[in-house]
Design a protein around this ligand. Structure first.
Ligand SMILES: NC(=O)c1ccc[n+]([C@@H]2O[C@H](COP(=O)([O-])OP(=O)(O)OC[C@H]3O[C@@H](n4cnc5c(N)ncnc54)[C@H](O)[C@@H]3O)[C@@H](O)[C@H]2O)c1
Length: 253
């Protein structure tokens, strides 16, 4: 069960953190993985690690927010390797300029666009690049890595991010219904708090937050990777249009 042999997956923003975990688990289940990242060295490093572990992986650097660049990069990969059966829209957060939590009232309007660019338009760009092929082959899996911030109100300065993630969730749900008869499923994962160490960030501030998570620990990239493997598998063909809360039991309303 949950085999991905013979499948090809594209994971965006997979050069570190959650995306790297998703790419690694998908490869372990047998998928050939296109490891995308805007930072080419990161993509190459993760792809090399997967190959060293016996998996099949290719670095595929591009910027998901660059509408003109995404489809040509995906086409070139598909010509060289194989058509993409599974897309994981993982690239997200604050983009290249990072993430400074700010209440909406204090936010700089010049900052609004970049959250939408990566967390919403990046999802659309990558999805559009693989969708025609999935429709033609009558098989596809689209998984959008969203956030609890996209499904609930939080008082931690993430309204811009949450708005874009909420948009990505809604987009993915519509996509699911538009293509349900073509063998394509589309689901979102509202991810909870992941151990920042997996992205090379300081973990100290989150120690107390980890204790408040009902299961008693922060999430790991593998927790999200395992969820993606299931959603990408043949066995999950009746699951579409859903938003799964994967967060160690944290409140979700
Ligand atoms: N880490 C968490 O606690 C958490 C919680 C909820 C949701 N998420 C979501 O999970 C996903 C991954 O989060 P993370 O913390 O592992 O991220 P991260 O910041 O550690 O890694 C993101 C990767 O994406 C790459 N990237 C950035 N902009 C890109 C672009 N325009 N095109 C292609 N690649 C790009 C970066 O170079 C980086 O390697 C994001 O969508 C994030 O919103 C994370």
């Amino acid at each position: 069960m949950f085999e991905l042999h013979g499948r090809t997956a594209l994971v965006t923003g997979a050069g570190q953190g959650v995306g790297a975990g998703i790419a690694e688990l998908m490869a372990r289940q047998g998928a050939a993985v296109a490891v995308n990242d805007i930072v080419a060295e990161r993509a190459e490093e993760v792809a090399a690690r997967i190959r060293e572990a016996g998996g099949s992986a290719y670095a595929l650097p591009f910027d998901v927010t660059d509408q003109g660049a995404v489809a040509p990069a995906v086409r070139a990969f598909e010509r060289m390797v194989a058509p993409v059966d599974i897309l994981v829209n993982n690239a997200g957060n604050g983009g290249a300029e990072g993430f400074r939590p700010t209440r909406f009232r204090d936010s700089d309007p010049a900052d609004w666009q970049r959250f939408a660019d990566i967390n919403l338009f990046g999802v659309m760009n990558a999805t559009r690049a693989v969708l025609d092929g999935m429709c033609a082959r009558r098989h596809g899996r689209v998984i959008t890595i969203a956030s609890g911030a996209g499904t609930q109100g939080l008082n931690i300065g993430v309204s811009l991010y949450g708005a874009a993630k909420g948009g990505a969730i809604a987009f993915t749900r519509h996509l699911a219904v538009e293509h349900a008869r073509e063998g394509i499923t589309a689901n979102s994962i509202a991810v909870g708090l992941i151990d920042p160490a997996s992205s090379g960030r300081q973990a100290s501030a989150t120690v107390a937050m980890a204790k408040a998570i009902p299961v008693g620990r922060l999430g790991k990239p593998e927790d999200i990777g395992a969820t993606c493997v299931f959603l990408a598998s043949r066995e999950a063909e009746w699951i579409t249009g859903q938003t799964w809360q994967v967060n160690g039991g944290a409140p979700t309303t």
